[in-house]
Design a protein. Structure first.
Length: 279
């Protein structure tokens, strides 16, 4: 904890405006999270009772996962931001996913809300102020690509894009309360986010390991949520829920078994890398 505080103070000294906006973004996201929590504890808090409706459980949790991806990416900026370029990009992906879902479904309500747009705008500002500056994309290179992880993302992209397409169609055409609240758009954005974070982790820029964990956890969390609420709208069927969990485990395992920041190999596949080569 003390180490983290020291690094935060270092960031404040070296990049004060950047650090202030990171803290502002996290603080505002925390306020939004607290309001949601109070709404669940006390239905009707500030006129809101949405999070207490069982029919929206999968949608609400999925939306929370999207928000969580952005928050985790921002939290990583508190510690050596120049070594956490991947996390900074990861923080942007959910908002890109929501924007894409809104455009494809022709429903601006998917992205248009005070909490979504404010946190998204703050995240973009933080990215523009990132201390890496012109070197932001320096750690991207073909030699760093993990081809096993990339292949897993490509395999998962097929059902994920089908899932996204189905939900975009529902968001565009179904006149129910889920569509009115943008929930089908959230599910499509979730699919786009898994693909985006997975691709980012496969490219392995600075700070890629957190993105690999997130890419694996997201489908696993959706699978677990579907098992807990099997009869709720947008819940995955048993087979797909188990497949999502299994894919997440395999993806994280592939990341864990990979060492070296360039020309990655799986452990045991040959060659011992020097300490300076390890990622």
């Amino acid at each position: 904890m003390m180490h983290l505080l020291r690094e935060m103070m270092h960031s404040l000294r070296t990049s004060p405006i950047f650090a202030v906006f990171v803290l502002l973004t996290l603080g505002w996201a925390g306020v939004i999270g607290l309001m949601v929590f109070l709404m669940i504890l006390q239905p009707g808090f500030m006129g809101m009772a949405h999070g207490t409706q069982p029919s929206h459980r999968v949608h609400d949790l999925t939306y929370g996962f999207l928000f969580g991806v952005a928050v985790l990416g921002m939290l990583a900026q508190l510690r050596r931001p120049t070594k956490n370029v991947a996390s900074m990009l990861m923080a942007l992906i959910p908002w890109v996913g929501l924007l894409l879902a809104a455009v494809l479904s022709t429903d601006a309500g998917v992205i248009r809300s005070a909490e979504r747009m404010s946190v998204a705008l703050l995240t973009v500002i933080v990215a523009l102020l990132h201390p890496s500056g012109r070197d932001f994309f320096r750690s991207f290179s073909v030699s760093r690509v993990n081809w096993v992880m990339l292949a897993l993302v490509i395999i998962a992209a097929v059902p994920l894009l089908v899932f996204a397409s189905t939900n975009i169609g529902l968001q565009r055409s179904v006149p129910d309360d889920h569509a009115a609240l943008g929930h089908y758009g959230f599910m499509a954005a979730f699919s786009f986010t898994i693909i985006g974070v997975g691709l980012l982790a496969s490219l392995r820029p600075e700070g890629w390991r957190l993105t690999a964990w997130v890419a694996g956890l997201l489908p696993a969390l959706l699978g677990l949520t579907s098992l807990l609420f099997p009869n709720v709208s947008s819940s995955l069927g048993l087979v797909w829920a188990l497949a999502a969990i299994a894919w997440g485990v395999v993806f994280v395992a592939a990341a864990k078994l990979t060492k070296g920041t360039e020309s990655p190999t799986l452990l045991g596949s040959g060659g011992v890398l020097s300490k300076s080569e390890r990622g």
